[in-house]
Design a binder for this molecule. Structure first.
Ligand code: NDP
Length: 451
């Protein structure tokens, strides 16, 4: 390859809009894998970079539904089927007003390498809509999901593309989507994962991503620091599926998670977050975190408006390990510098790409144990694949079996990432390790499958 930087620019011009999060994700990967690309000409010969940075297809459709006042509402739906070299397309659906094609391309691209790292036979995809489930009645959410599936069902199937949940899409939404798919196609098949347990969901799928992040961190700390999480102060952002279960697993291991956040503010509870109250607020009542301080006087609530400029209040709290589990680019360079100054030892990403490029560079420079999302949060999709296996075999595995397999998977990913980093002369750099290991498997499969 003549000039690698020019090649990246060319791929950017081909695939990305200006200031696109997709380019941020793509550039990070391309820079990491340069040693692999330049050491083996086959990747250039088979045009792997061009092929892997362009989705197989982007499906965009109109979703028209009726709200409770019988008014016609219109949203946009998407499914980005990125790459199926390793197995059927697989990746979540996000319902959030910020959803657009660029965000879904970034998430789909990350998903390819994440799914590859699990070692399981799944390709990469992502989808969703700019629909906001917040403040909608259950019937409105149901009507939206039905309308969304009326179009999406044409493109998915247990051996084609198996969507799951993400931000704004939990068991309730997956249930409605599954019900509509079943009605339209007259088939009862494992076409979605993250289903409620009562009809085909796997035990432990809700816990999988959050627990997985902590299993990964345990292994990373044991490998790199010969330490564990017992008695350590930890900070977590988010108060959704991933954050809640990361907090829960931290408690199981004797750590003290002292924070959680939502889009409006941060809770700091130095005695440790009350997980039962958090579940009640967020899972049962879908309420704001502000209510937490009504019953917990020791806790502080910091509204978003009081955050430091260019930073997030949660990362100013001293901790041994930090777990960003809310959304993309929520941890900035300023936040990274504050965490480093306060002595953080490990940072593990529960959300997808929560740290900016500058923040990651600061962590790597300071030799912080940094676990990138595509490795650390792969537990969710791993258990989704276990759900597919259970559905295909018409079986139900026990909680203990799923948990054990999840733990093994996270340990294996951590080892693979760590060894790959060592093999490529960047020992301890889990960003490069994850990108190279994830890319190599997909690229080799693409070459073996021909063009
Ligand atoms: P949820 O919808 O359950 O929770 C998201 C949390 O993040 C909520 O607390 C929400 O606050 C907060 N949040 C969302 N958007 C923003 C924003 N723009 N600014 C500030 N806060 C925000 O989602 P999940 O927990 O499922 O997902 C969280 C992250 O983890 C995402 O990046 C997702 O892609 C990633 N992920 C999720 C997996 C899963 O299995 N669920 C698997 C792998 C990755 P509020 O309550 O106010 O809305």
């Amino acid at each position: 390859m003549k000039n690698y930087k020019d090649e990246i620019k060319k791929l950017k011009n081909l695939n990305c809009a200006e200031d696109d999060v997709f380019f941020q994700a793509m550039e990070e990967v391309l820079l990491s894998i340069e040693p692999l690309i330049s050491s083996d000409k086959k990747y250039e010969k088979y045009a792997i970079l061009e092929r892997l940075t362009c989705p197989d297809r982007v499906i965009k459709f109109q979703v028209t539904w009726l709200n409770d006042k019988n008014e016609v509402k219109v949203n946009t739906g998407y499914r980005v089927q990125f790459n199926n070299a390793l197995g059927p397309y697989k990746g979540g659906l996000r319902f959030h007003p910020t959803v657009n094609e660029g965000i879904l391309k970034f998430l789909g691209f990350e998903q390819i390498l994440k799914n590859s790292l699990t070692g399981l036979p799944i390709g990469g995809a992502k989808g969703g809509s700019d629909f906001n489930p917040k403040g909608k009645s259950d019937f409105e959410v149901m009507k939206f999901c039905s309308a969304f599936m009326t179009e999406l069902h044409k493109y998915i199937g247990p051996r084609i593309d198996v969507p799951a949940g993400d931000i704004g899409v939990g068991g309730r939404e997956i249930g409605f989507l599954f019900g509509e798919y079943k009605k339209i196609t007259s088939t009862y098949e494992g076409v979605l994962t993250g289903k409620p347990f009562v009809f085909g969901g796997s035990l432990m799928r809700p816990e999988a991503t959050g627990y997985g992040v902590i299993y990964f961190t345990e292994t990373m700390l044991a490998t790199e620091q010969k330490e564990d999480l017992k008695g350590k102060i930890c900070t977590v952002s988010g108060a959704g599926n991933v954050a809640l279960h990361a907090i829960e697993k931290l408690f199981h291991l004797g750590a003290i998670p002292v924070t959680c956040t939502d889009s409006k503010g941060t809770i700091y509870d130095p005695r440790g977050v009350d997980i039962a109250l958090l579940k009640e607020l967020k899972l049962e009542r879908r309420a704001s975190l502000e209510e937490y301080t009504k019953t917990h006087e020791s806790a502080t609530y910091i509204p978003t408006s009081e955050y430091p400029e260019g930073g997030h209040a949660v990362w100013a709290i001293e901790c041994y390990a930090a777990f960003p589990c809310a959304t993309q680019n929520e941890l900035t360079e300023l936040d990274a510098k504050t965490l480093i100054k306060n002595g953080v030892i490990a940072v593990a990403e529960g959300a997808n790409m929560p740290s900016t490029t500058e923040a990651i560079n600061a962590f790597l420079k300071a030799k912080i144990c940094f676990a990138p999302a595509k490795a650390a949060n792969a537990g969710g999709v791993a258990v989704s694949e276990f759900e597919m296996s259970q559905n295909a075999a018409m079986q139900k595995w026990t909680f203990e079996k799923v948990d054990e397999k999840l733990k093994q998977t996270m340990q294996q990913i951590c080892k693979r990432v760590s060894l790959t980093a060592k093999d490529y002369g960047v020992e301890g750099n889990y960003v490069d390790g994850a990108n190279i290991a994830g890319f190599k498997k997909v690229a080799d499969a693409m070459i073996a499958e021909g063009i």
